[in-house]
Design a protein around this ligand. Structure first.
Ligand code: F6R
Length: 603
């Protein structure tokens, strides 16, 4: 979704801003813009479309500046257009702002400002902020921004520039992430650490309600008008390697990185991660676990619930964060709320984390960004070491989230003495073999999966089917296919087929059937026989022995021999690859699917 970049320092600001916007492109956007302090005024350039278009539009303007702000916009209020792109200016043209988030009371504010004679140029909620800052400006831009923010309801990360202070950027954050970075070259601002990692030496995450004054030599932070001393966020190890490195797309590169990501994550946990005092404090005496996440992270949470109940015998529930936050859940002191989020930025997941912390419940998260807002909110963070995930569709982070959930389930079982030390170790040793099983799939993908993608690329529907742990994998597989190939795709619990979905099966309808659970195999085969009898074309994904039945399967994707309990860690990979190759065969941009953003930072 929207991205913010800002810079003030010794270098020319424009290349820094454009580079920063390019680093934020993966989040998804439909327009981009920059504003720079130059020649005693402001230069504002904004364009619908890609950052590359903006770059072309800026080049002929021929100005020099050492201070500016930039933005990538993902349309919420008003269509993607030059006018609706950020930055937005106050009436004088000497104050400009960019904004991530949503201002809930913008219509009331807009009416009030319009009644006072303000002329609006866009349909955005952000323009209201620019005019409010203008209204309160009496020579102190930090004061004016603070006063304007006091009028807003909703969430925001804001960067503001005023021509009267040509080396100063004002920043403010409330329920929307903003990072300040320092280096000998200047002071940086971004909504995402990945845009700063190569430039800044020290990073600070702005907390809710904070404002900051950025100057070339550093930054001052304020909360409720008083200076705040900030603690730098830990530089995580994951930000490198975010380039394509010769791969044809980020998504394919990231799927191929699954074995390495799993190994790196497992090695990290092997270093005694779960034995820390903090872990012990977080998990001791927990009687119920509430897991929440969105999209792919929610699917990991569904598998996690099954693992925690089955292995650790602790009751667990998994909910979509967007539903949980309005469910009025019965949280108790001995509950643990566990959040799963690749980015650690997802608005709904963050809202549930705030709600849980407010209720005095213990909180933990599984995230790929240890310096994220989610990690900052939680008592305990279980990091995944998947490395930067750039493609919009989450892949390697999902496999690592699952690994974290397996390790957590085994750890809880061991803590509760439901698992002897030797069994505990035995299970960890099975987990350590998963990366090579994952490699066996990624290495043969082209041969096995490409022909299927070619075959189904023009189909109307694809269905995934599974039972038990396979059902959750089916849900994730179907999300991958629909979001990047735009083919209608759904997942069904195999046992539910004849309660409705069977009506959808016609001659030739592709059904991808997951069979990795021996104890449920016969039951799934029965459901498949019913689909087959109605003309379904069935592709079995499972161990050789589970998909041997010649009467049922029209095609097979054989998985490496992995104990049934651990199958979800690898059985999703063929689905991830099928989604990718189908999207490619249809000419879709798998890295940037239409209408979607990488980080969903608004509700
Ligand atoms: C799907 C996908 C999304 C995310 C969801 C949550 O491929 O990537 O469904 O999983 O938006 O994002 P995070 O994990 O960053 O909270």
């Amino acid at each position: 979704m929207c991205g913010i970049i800002g810079y003030t320092g010794r270098s020319e600001s424009l290349p820094v801003l454009i580079d920063g916007l390019k680093a934020l492109e993966y989040r998804g956007y439909d327009s981009a813009g920059v504003a720079a302090a130059a020649d005693g005024g402001l230069v504002v350039v904004k364009k619908k479309g890609r950052v590359a278009e903006l770059e072309k539009a800026v080049a002929p303007r021929g100005f020099f500046s050492r201070c500016g702000i930039g933005h990538t916009r993902w349309a919420t209020h008003g269509e993607p257009s030059d006018e609706n792109s950020h930055p937005h200016c106050g009436g004088s043209g000497r104050i400009t702002v960019v904004h991530n988030g949503i201002i809930e009371n913008y219509l009331a504010l807009k009416r009030e400002l319009a009644d006072g004679g303000v002329k609006f140029r866009s349909e955005t909620d952000t323009e209201v902020i620019a005019h409010l800052v203008q209204k309160y400006y009496e020579g102190d831009i930090h004061k004016a921004v603070t006063a304007a923010l006091g009028r807003l309801r909703g969430s925001y990360a804001v960067a503001a520039l005023c021509a009267d202070f040509s080396d100063t950027v004002i920043a403010a954050s409330y329920h929307s992430p903003l990072i300040v970075g320092l280096s000998s070259d200047g002071t940086y601002l971004a909504s995402d650490t990945s845009a700063l990692c190569d430039r800044a030496d020290v990073l600070y995450r702005m907390s809710d309600g904070e404002t900051a004054i950025l100057r070339p030599t550093g930054a001052e932070f304020y909360l409720d008008g008083k200076p705040v001393v900030k603690k730098a966020i830990e530089r995580s190890w994951q930000y490198g390697g975010a380039g394509l490195g010769g791969a044809e797309s980020f998504m394919l590169k990231e799927i191929n990185e699954i074995p390495r990501a799993l190994k790196k994550t497992a090695d990290y946990y092997d270093g005694g991660f779960f034995d820390s005092e903090r872990a012990a404090k977080t998990f001791a005496g927990v009687r119920k676990i509430f897991i929440t996440g969105c999209g792919t992270a929610y699917h990991a949470g569904m598998t996690g619930r099954a693992l925690i109940e089955r292995i650790a015998r602790i009751p667990a529930e998994t909910d979509l964060a967007s539903e949980f936050r309005y469910r009025k859940p019965l949280l108790r002191r001995d509950s643990l709320c566990l959040f799963i989020s690749q980015s650690g930025e997802t608005a709904d997941t963050l809202a549930v984390a705030r709600l849980s912390a407010g209720a005095g419940v213990r909180t933990a998260c599984i995230t790929n960004v240890p310096g994220s807002a989610l990690a900052a909110l939680c008592d305990f963070t279980i990091p995944t070491l998947a490395g930067a995930e750039i493609a919009v569709a989450s892949t390697k982070a999902y496999n690592c989230q699952l690994l974290a959930l397996y390790r957590l389930a085994f750890h809880l079982a061991y803590m509760r003495k439901r698992l002897s030390k030797s069994f505990y170790k035995e299970n960890l040793s099975v987990l350590s073999r998963i990366p090579s099983a994952a490699s066996a799939i990624t290495e043969n993908a082209y041969r096995d999966i490409l022909p299927l993608a070619e075959k189904y690329k023009n189909g109307r529907d694809i269905y995934f089917l599974g039972r038990g742990l396979d059902y959750y994998t089916a849900l994730e597989g179907s999300l991958k296919v629909k979001e990047i190939s735009y083919i209608h795709c759904e997942a069904f619990a195999a046992g539910e087929l004849k309660h409705g979905a069977l009506a959808l099966i016609e001659r030739g309808t592709p059904v991808i059937a997951l069979l990795t659970q021996g104890e449920l195999k016969e039951k799934t085969l029965n459901s498949l026989a019913e689909a087959k009898a109605r003309g379904a074309e069935i592709i079995g994904v499972g161990k050789t022995e589970y998909i041997a039945d010649a009467g049922v399967f029209d095609g097979r994707l054989t998985l490496p021999d992995t104990p049934d309990l651990f199958a979800p860690l690898v059985s999703v990979i063929p689905a991830q690859l099928l989604a990718y190759y189908t999207a490619r065969a249809r000419g879709c941009d798998a890295d940037k699917p239409r209408n979607l953003a990488k980080s969903v930072t608004v509700e």
